[in-house]
Design a binder for this molecule. Structure first.
Ligand SMILES: Cc1cc2nc3c(=O)[nH]c(=O)nc-3n(C[C@H](O)[C@H](O)[C@H](O)COP(=O)(O)OP(=O)(O)OC[C@H]3O[C@@H](n4cnc5c(N)ncnc54)[C@H](O)[C@@H]3O)c2cc1C
Length: 282
């Protein structure tokens, strides 16, 4: 096995295009597990953790988060997404958060990836680069199945971008414990007052991250009635209905972490609570 330590994006792209089946290594918190369990046997690794360009983070009405931004950095910086910070806080342990990156969460593309429901709810764009050029894809077009995306082997995920959606957003998840546990289900809710748009992303309850579009339209209607003035107190019945619609969008399965019925139940509860919480944020 050979390892190339890259320092620039162009250097990574050159390696990805010239070496067949080159494997990208960012924080290594997913990849090393795969290697240790014998599920992957890379022959050529391109380490990208020293590529400074990938650590860029800018916020100016629009957020651009380089693929190399770690969860620890997300927690220490004003990243323009409180929901993504909530997701970052739930991920792994401090050691994992110090190494693990947003690009790695996108690279693995697990339906249980905690950053991904937030990116879906934010309507984020995934930016990919290869020696042939750049592609910009809506998150919903990027992820195609469990641990599957449209990324080609010669492409590097360089960033995730989204419009700054304001403070009214949250991420909730249910797991067997509060830390170091894979989520049973997760829900991200973003209410963007400026664009009068609601985004709801569901994790760990289908083959991909799911957008709960009926729940989104329902919440938009509620906020519209209130003239998008927050804080706003939705009725108990409205919050319940939002939870019901969010859970209805899920396509869960029974597995070792939980049954499909339990997943639907927690999504309905999280939906109800998240609407009440987000509506209370001024
Ligand atoms: C103990 C432990 C706890 C964890 N807890 C959580 C958790 O609570 N929530 C959660 O979501 N995840 C969790 N994870 C999984 C992991 O930490 C995250 O998925 C993390 O975001 C992976 O980032 P990384 O930089 O370490 O990726 P790596 O392991 O370096 O890479 C992961 C995959 O993505 C590819 N890749 C990496 N960067 C890029 C890029 N820029 N472009 C293209 N492909 C790329 C790699 O080739 C590899 O296939 C945990 C892992 C461990 C070991």
């Amino acid at each position: 096995m050979s390892v190339h330590i890259a320092r620039q994006v162009d250097d990574v792209l050159e390696n990805l295009s010239s070496v067949k089946n080159a494997t990208i290594l960012a924080g290594g918190t997913d990849l090393l597990v795969e290697i240790n369990f014998g599920r992957q046997r890379p022959t050529h690794i391109v380490a990208i953790d020293r590529v400074e360009e990938l650590k860029d983070l800018s916020r100016n009405g629009h957020v651009r988060m380089g693929a190399g931004v770690t969860y620890t950095r997300m927690l220490e910086t004003d990243i323009g997404s409180p929901a993504l910070q909530e997701a970052a806080r739930t991920i792994g342990s401090p050691q994992i958060r110090n190494a693990a990156t947003i690009g790695g969460n996108l690279g693995t593309c697990s339906p249980a990836g905690d950053a991904l429901p937030v990116l879906a709810a934010l309507d984020a764009t995934v930016v990919l680069k290869s020696s042939k050029g750049e592609r910009r894809l809506a998150f919903g077009d990027f992820m195609t199945g469990p641990k599957k995306s449209v990324r080609r082997p010669d492409e590097l995920i360089v960033a995730a971008e989204w419009d700054d959606a304001g403070a009214a957003q949250t991420y909730m998840f249910a797991a067997t414990r509060n830390a170091m546990a894979i989520s049973i289900s997760g829900l991200a809710l973003v209410a963007d007052r400026e664009r009068r748009r609601v985004g709801v992303g569901l994790g760990s309850c289908g083959p991909t991250i799911i957008r709960a579009s009926e729940a989104e339209r329902f919440a938009e209607g509620l906020f519209e009635e209130a003239g998008w003035e927050l804080p706003h107190r939705p009725s108990e019945a409205a919050a319940k209905e939002f939870g019901r619609l969010a859970a209805g969008a899920a396509k869960p399965i029974d597995d070792v972490r939980g049954t499909a019925a339990y997943r639907r139940h927690v999504l309905a509860v999280m939906g109800e609570r998240s609407l009440t919480r987000v509506a209370a944020i001024a």
